[in-house]
Design a binder for this molecule. Structure first.
Ligand code: GRF
Length: 198
C-alpha cells in the first residue's frame, strides 16, 4: 500500500477526485494525510467526510518556512508517506521538503505552463488573447509552477467564455488527468514521462 499526502488549501475538488479514484479502483494507495494551511478551508470538510486524517497549520505560528516544513516532514515520515501531491496549496515548497521528497512532489496547475504561472491562471487566461488553454501536471521545484511537465491537456478558450464556463471545463480536465497521473506515477515508480492517454 503506497502512502500519499495531499497538500491543499482551497475547495478541495481535486482532493475529492483523487480520493474517489482511490476508493473506486483497486489502486493500492492510501491518502495518509491532508496537509492544509487554512483553518476553515472547504477541503477539510471533504477530508472529514472521507475519513482522511488532516494536519492543519497556520504559517504565522512559525518563525519560518523551514520551521513549519520540519513539522510537516516529521508527520509525513511518521506516516511513511512516499509521495506529495499539491492540489491548490498556495505556498512555495521550501528546501526542507524538496530535499526530503526529491522527484516525489507533484502539482496541478490550471493553464498550459509555462503560460500563466502563479495565482489565478484562469483570470490571466481570460485577460489574454490566447485561443487554447488547459491543465498541466508537473514536478515541483523551488520556483513558482516551473518544474518539468509530466502531462498536459488542452481545451479551447472561447470568445464568450466567462470565468465560470472556463473554470468548469478546466476542472473537468483536472479531475480526470490528476488521478490518472497519480496512479501512473505511484505504480510505475521509475517513469519520468507519463502518457495519461494510453
Ligand atoms: C486547481 O485549479 C488547481 O489546478 C490549482 O488550484 C486549484 C484547486 O482547486 N493548483 P480545488 O480546491 O481542487 O477545487
Amino acid at each position: 500500500m503506497k502512502k500519499l499526502a495531499i497538500f491543499a488549501s482551497g475547495s478541495g475538488s481535486n482532493f475529492e477526485a483523487i480520493v474517489k479514484d482511490i476508493h473506486l479502483s483497486d489502486f493500492p494507495a492510501e491518502i495518509a494525510v491532508l496537509v492544509c494551511d487554512k483553518m476553515n478551508a472547504k477541503v477539510i470538510d471533504r477530508a472529514n467526510q472521507y475519513g482522511v486524517p488532516v494536519m492543519v497549520f497556520a504559517a504565522i505560528d512559525f518563525a519560518s518556512k523551514e520551521a513549519y516544513e520540519k513539522v510537516i516532514l516529521d508527520r509525513l515520515r511518521s506516516e511513511q508517506v512516499e509521495w506529495i501531491f499539491l492540489a491548490g496549496y498556495m505556498r512555495l515548497i521550501g528546501p526542507t521538503l524538496l530535499k526530503a521528497y526529491e522527484g516525489r512532489i507533484v502539482n496541478i496547475h490550471p493553464s498550459l505552463l509555462p503560460s500563466f504561472p502563479g495565482k489565478d491562471a484562469i483570470q490571466q487566461t481570460l485577460d489574454s488573447e490566447v485561443k487554447v488553454t488547459g491543465v498541466t501536471v508537473h514536478f515541483v521545484d523551488e520556483g513558482m509552477d516551473t518544474g518539468p511537465a509530466i502531462a498536459q491537456e488542452a481545451t479551447p478558450r472561447f470568445s464568450d467564455d466567462t470565468y465560470e464556463s472556463l473554470h468548469l471545463r478546466i476542472q473537468q480536465i483536472e479531475h480526470t488527468i490528476y488521478p490518472k497521473v497519480i496512479r501512473e506515477l505511484v505504480t510505475k515508480e521509475d517513469t519520468k514521462w507519463v502518457n495519461v492517454h494510453s
